[in-house]
Design a protein around this ligand. Sequence first.
Ligand code: MUC
Ligand code: MG
Length: 366
Amino acid sequence: MKILRIEAIPYSIPYTHPLKFASGEVTDAEHVLVRIHTDEGLIGEADAPPRPYTYGETQDSIVSIIEKVFAPQLIGLDPFDRGKVHEVMARTIHNQVAKGAVDIALWDLLGKSLATPVHKLLGGYTDSMRVSHMLGFRPAQELLDEALRFGEEYGITTFKLKVGRRPLSLDIEACHVLRAGLGDDVELYLDANRGWSANEAMEVLRRTEGLGLTALEEPCDAKEAMSRRRLVEKSPIPIVGDESVPTAGDVSRELLSGGSNAICIKTARSGFTEATEILGLCTGLGVDVTMGNQIDTQVGSLATVTFGAAHEATTRRAGELSNFLDMADDLLAEPIRINGGRISVRNVPGVGAAIDEDKLARYRSN
Ligand code: MUC
Ligand code: MG
C-alpha cells in the first residue's frame, strides 16, 4: 500500500458555550481535517485542533506544513512504515498538532487495512472510558449548576475546573461552592493553564485544603523551573504537566527536573505513536497519567478514547472527553453517546470516526 495524496481541510464549527481558561478562549472550532489517501482506495482520517496560545500552531500553519512540507515527502511511502513517516516529520521541529493528526490518520489506515479496530492494535485493554468534564471560567454558582446538570444528564462524576484567575479568591470560592454542592463522592481537580505563579498556586492549595482536590495541572509556567520544583516538592497533590510536555523528551525533562509528578497525555498533540512512548516512560517510572482534551471535536475525542481505552494505566483516571458537548455541531457521522458517565470505543476497523460528508461540505472553509 502507498500514500497517494494527503488533504488538510480547514473547517469551522461554532461553540454554543465557548470555553474560557487562563491561556485563551475557544468560541469556534477552527480545526483541520487530515485525510491520507492510498493507492488501495483506503482513507485514514484525523482531526487537528490548532491552539496558538499553547503550541503556536494556527489553522493556516497546520494546512501549510502538512500540504507543503510533509505531503511531498510522504507521498509514495507505505503507511505501515511509520518509522519512515516519523523520520520525515521529525526533520521539522515543533508542529506537534499537525504531526499528531498525520500519525492518527496513519493508524486509522492501518486499522482499516487490517480490518481491526485501532484500540485493539494499540493494546485492547478495555472498550470504554470514564468521562471527566471540563468547567471553564464562570461564576461559581453557574459552574455548580453546570456540573449538576452534567451529573444528571450524563452520569459524569469527575470534573476538571479551569482556574488561574486573579484575584485568587475567584477560583478558591468556585472550589468551595463546587465541593459543597456536589458532595464528597465527586472527583474535582484543577487546571490553571500557567495562569499563576508557583507561590500563588501554593496559596490556593493552602486555602482549598480539606476539599479533597485530586490534582493541579500546569499551575504556573514550567520554565520558571526553580519555583515550580519547589511547588512540586511541597504540594500534597500531584502537579500535572500538560502544555509543558507535548513530546516524550519534554516529559523526561519535566519529570527528571522535578517540574511535574504526573503527566497529561493528549493524542491531539502526540498522535498515538508518541503518546505510546510517553505512556511507557510514565508507567516505567511509576508516574500517574491522565488522558487530556485539547478542546477536541467528536472526531478528536474518539481518538482520545481509542488510545485511552487501549491501556490499563490510562483508564485508572477519568479521561477528558466531553468538550464536544459545547459545540453547535460536529463532523462525525454517528454521534458519540455518553452513557452512565462513559464513552465507548468503536468496534469497527480503524478509529471509527466516519465523517458526515454533507456536514464537511457545509463547514469547510475551502
Ligand atoms: C487543557 O487541559 O489545558 C486548553 C488549552 C489547550 O490546549 O487544551 C485545553 C485544555
Ligand atoms: Mg491542561
